[in-house]
Design a protein. Structure first.
Lengths: 308, 352
């Protein structure tokens, strides 16, 4: 059987969603505010990749660490200059969510301005661009098909080790479980939260830098992804990194392969309804297991069957 | 008699103002008075516009016996319909009001569908789900051509086609303003009714409202459905006014974010504040667009993004420094049960 490019699509999309959903979860567990600007942090990564390959003429993978730093800093700015003062003033969660929406608009505007600026100064296409041809090749496949899942694996293991084995990771888990108690025993909550936001935004940047090697980049890419990212996080339970990984893989693979399968069965018009898949995931999860995959007690489910 | 550019400016300003007042009042009902963070306002507005773009044209084409594929030959068919409508004013208005009804119904049902699974959960889950539903409608409208013509958009038939060009926009604007006033009166009456009192009770203290035998879940669903219906009417009116619908015009910025900005400028849970906030915003944006050409050439990018940047920054500043807005929420007095004052007095009281 010949290798079908749809599998590359599925693997890369699922990896991207996983990475974004880990990042979103990392920021959500700290301040408990869903960050609607998260998807646009990935778009920042895409533009870093565009500049690195087209303007500087380097291998696209050089963009990954740069994107991590830039998106991480933007994310930290959102937390430090907007959310932290709002929390201090006792703003409700709804107001904080509106603030992230406003920040998203600002980021999208900045991205569009940069896109226009890139076009005018360097005469390269900066909307609906693709960097696919710049990718390296590995065993007859584009390298990104292997690099994307590998990156997820490495980051997941690193994150796991950090959270379980290091002093900082333990402090972080304590701060997210019960911030008052953690503060009492001397954990610097503000610092821990800031690091969380840097990591969350940075992961989104990495995802964006890598995804531009396969999918089309555009300043308005973020809003297209938002339903899928939040679906992945909700399926994962929103409070667990492991849940986010499971949710990202599940939603990502289903979106690509499920649409392809259904379109093959019922006709190509179904492709237009692909955005319904994340919505169906959200609805089913909230009906059956509002705490997501991470909230289901698998061992009990295993022993007692459907009676749980 | 041709209209001067200043008059066109004012008429257009009033029309956009009226549409946004309708949408914002519905949002204020949800977010201001009930505390539902509906980040998917665009869902209902878009649904209304999509109904206006897909339903009446097909009805008219059927009635007038115009053949052809409604989407691919859209411009031709709609121009034939508009010619036909000149002689069939009554049918035109009947279908127009029918469309508004269908839009309200579809909007209400979508409101129910998007909130029912999450209504019992925490506020942020509700917000995320509503936002995700709102984002999806545009993507589907963009990809699924038979609905509203995909990326090319469709024309909307004009029930006012019988009027000469100069009068058409004036009449349409007056109609919009009249409907906006009706929505204002309805919304003021609703928040003064027992239902309105219950909504504020649920917003301020859900547990005690529940202890008094109120059902927050049902009340929230009711409000979401009512306000989605109103917003859908707003969307349909906008589509009729502009005369065309294109899916990507129904994005999060225009129909979710800006309404939030407007009601936060004016003051949450204060319908007069909504009027003030909407007016400031619509005026500001009109002026930006009017003077946009002056900036063109100075900056090396499209000026529209400066506008986004400015509005986003304004909202963040409001949230940080004046979250209560220009007009602070005041206690709402309920309408007395006995000895009702004359009709006109009661109407005027609503604006006091």
């Amino acid at each position: 059987m010949a290798y079908d490019p749809i599998f590359s699509d599925a693997i890369i999309f699922a990896s991207l969603l996983t990475l974004l959903s880990i990042g979103l979860t990392l920021t959500y567990i700290t301040t408990r505010v869903p960050n609607f600007a998260h998807a646009s942090f990935a778009t920042i990564g895409m533009y870093v990749a565009l500049v690195v390959t087209h303007v500087w003429g380097l291998v696209p993978y050089v963009a990954v660490p740069i994107a991590f730093v830039i998106s991480g800093m933007v994310s930290l700015a959102l937390y430090t200059f907007i959310l932290k003062p709002l929390i201090r003033k006792g703003a409700t969660q709804a107001i904080q969510m509106i603030a992230t929406l406003a920040f998203d608009l600002v980021v999208i505007a900045m991205l569009n301005i940069s896109a226009d600026y890139i076009v005018r100064t360097t005469q390269i296409s900066s909307r609906e661009f693709t960097l696919r041809s710049y990718d390296l090749e590995f065993a007859g496949l584009p390298a990104i098909v292997i690099v994307a899942p590998l990156t997820i694996a490495i980051l997941a293991v690193t994150l796991h080790t950090m959270l379980r084995k290091t002093r900082f990771g333990i402090a972080m888990r304590a701060a997210t479980e019960n911030s008052d108690l953690a503060e009492t025993v001397g954990v610097n909550i503000k610092m821990v939260y800031s690091v969380s936001w840097i990591l969350g935004g940075g992961f989104a940047g990495i995802a964006g830098a890598m995804i531009s090697l396969w999918f089309e980049g555009d300043p308005n890419f973020g809003p297209l992804l938002i339903p899928s990212i939040f679906a992945a996080s909700i399926v994962g339970g929103f409070l667990s990194i492991y849940g986010a990984i499971a949710g990202g893989i599940l939603v990502g693979l289903t979106e690509v392969l499920g649409t392809r399968f259904l379109a093959g069965e019922f006709g190509a018009w179904l492709i237009a309804y692909r955005p319904l898949i994340p919505l169906i995931f959200i609805v089913i999860t909230l009906f059956l297991a509002p705490k997501g995959l991470a909230g289901i007690r698998w061992s009990r489910l295993w022993r007692h069957g459907a009676r749980v | 008699m041709a209209l001067g550019s200043e008059i066109i400016f004012v008429i257009d300003l009033l029309a956009i103002f009226a549409v946004y007042v309708i949408v914002n009042l519905s949002l204020n009902m949800e977010f201001g008075y009930t505390g539902i963070p509906n980040f998917g306002k665009v869902l209902a507005v878009g649904a209304g516009a999509f109904v206006a773009a897909s339903v009446p044209g097909r009805i008219f084409a059927g009635l007038a016996g115009i053949e052809g594929d409604y989407i691919s030959e859209n411009i031709l068919i709609v121009s034939q319909i508009n010619v036909w409508l000149v002689d069939n004013v009554g049918i035109g208005f009947a279908v127009f009001f029918l469309t508004l009804g269908v839009a309200a119904g579809v909007g209400g049902l979508l409101g129910l569908a998007s909130s029912y699974p999450v209504i019992r959960l925490r506020g942020d889950y509700l917000a995320i789900t509503l936002l995700a539903f709102g984002e999806s409608i545009r993507i589907i409208g963009n990809n699924y051509t038979p609905l509203v013509g995909g990326t090319l958009g469709v024309q909307v038939p004009d029930p006012l086609a019988f009027l000469p060009d100069e009068l058409r926009f004036t009449a349409a604007t007056l109609g919009l303003v009249a409907i906006a006033i009706a929505v204002y009166v309805y919304s003021e009456k609703m928040i003064r009714s027992p239902l309105g009192r219950m909504l504020r009770a649920i917003r301020d203290n859900e547990v005690s409202a529940e202890a008094l035998g109120k059902n927050p879940r049902d009340a929230r669903i009711k409000v979401i459905m009512i306000s989605a219906g109103i917003a859908a009417i707003g969307g349909a009116l906008y589509a009729f006014y502009v005369g065309s619908t294109i899916a990507f015009a129904y994005d999060r910025a225009s129909w979710t974010f800006w309404p939030f900005l407007m009601i936060l400028i004016g003051g949450l849970a204060n319908n007069k504040g909504v009027l003030v906030g909407t007016f400031i915003f619509v005026m500001l944006r009109k002026l930006i667009i009017f003077y946009k050409d002056a900036f063109e050439g100075i900056v090396p990018f499209d000026v529209i993004w400066l506008d986004f940047l400015l509005l986003g920054a304004i909202l963040i500043a409001i949230l940080l420094y004046r979250p209560q807005g220009i007009m602070v929420e005041k206690p709402t007095y309920t309408i007395p049960r006995k000895r009702k004052p004359p009709m006109l007095r009661r109407m005027l009281d609503l604006f006091r």
